[in-house]
Ligand binder design. Sequence first.
Ligand SMILES: [Mg+2]
Length: 258
Amino acid sequence: MSFKSSSNTPMYFHSKTLIVPIISLLLILLSVSSSSSLKTTHSAFCNSWASSVENNNAGPWETIPAKCKSFVSDYMHGPRYIFDSEAVASYSLAYAKKAITGDVGNSTWIFDIDDTLLSNLPYYRSLRYGSDSFNQTSWDQWVEKVNAPPIPASLKLYNKLKKLGFKLVLLTGRFEEHRKLTEKNLKLAGYSSWKKLILRDGSDREKTAVVYKSEKRAMLESEGFKIRGNSGDQWSDLLGSPMAERSFKHPNPMYYTV
Ligand SMILES: [Mg+2]
C-alpha cells in the first residue's frame, strides 16, 4: 500500500523511521531492567551470604564470593558497619553493667585486637575486601606501619568497661615479634591500661586460633581471672573451652580465621 502523507512522503517510510527508535528504546529499557534485576539478585544473594558467614553457618571459607566484592566494600565503608559495630558494643555494655554489680573482684573482659579493637580495613582494601587470600608478607608490612585506626564503637566500649572496673585482657593472634609495634599502635589508637597483652609465641605458631585462644583462657582462669565477657570478630576468638560467660561477635565479612 502506498498511502501519501501530507508531505507527500510515503507512509511506509515514516513507519520505518519510527520503528527503529522504538525498538532501540525497548532494548535500552530491557537492558536497564535486567541490569537492575541482576543487581537486586546480587544484593539479595550477598545479604544472605553475609548473614550465613556472620552466624558461622557457612563454616570455614577462603575468600568472599566474586560477585559480593562491591557489597562487602559498600558494607565496610557505609553506615551499616558502623551501626552493626555500635549494636554489638551496646549489647556488650548492657550485659557488662548487669554482670559487674556487686563485687568487681577479678571480673575480666577479653578483647581480640584485629578488626575488633583496631580496623584493618585499609589493608583489606588492598586484598579487594577479602576477594584475595591472606598474605603473611603483606600483612606483616601492614602491622609494621603501625597505622591501624581504632573502631570507634569498640574504643568507647573498651573505655566504659575500664571505668566499670573490668580487668581488660587483649588476646591476639599476632606474634610476639610484633609486641612493641602492637602496643604502640594500640596506644596511638587511644587504648590504654590493659592488664595483659597476650600474643602467640613460638610454641603457639602452628596452633589453630581456637586451640591457642582456648589455652590462653584456661591459663587466665587458672591465674584467677574471672572471664565475664569476650569480644572478637572471629568465631575462633570465642569458641572452645573454657568460654567466657558471654561472647560477643563483632561484624567482619572480609575473612574467616580458623
Ligand atoms: Mg580479629
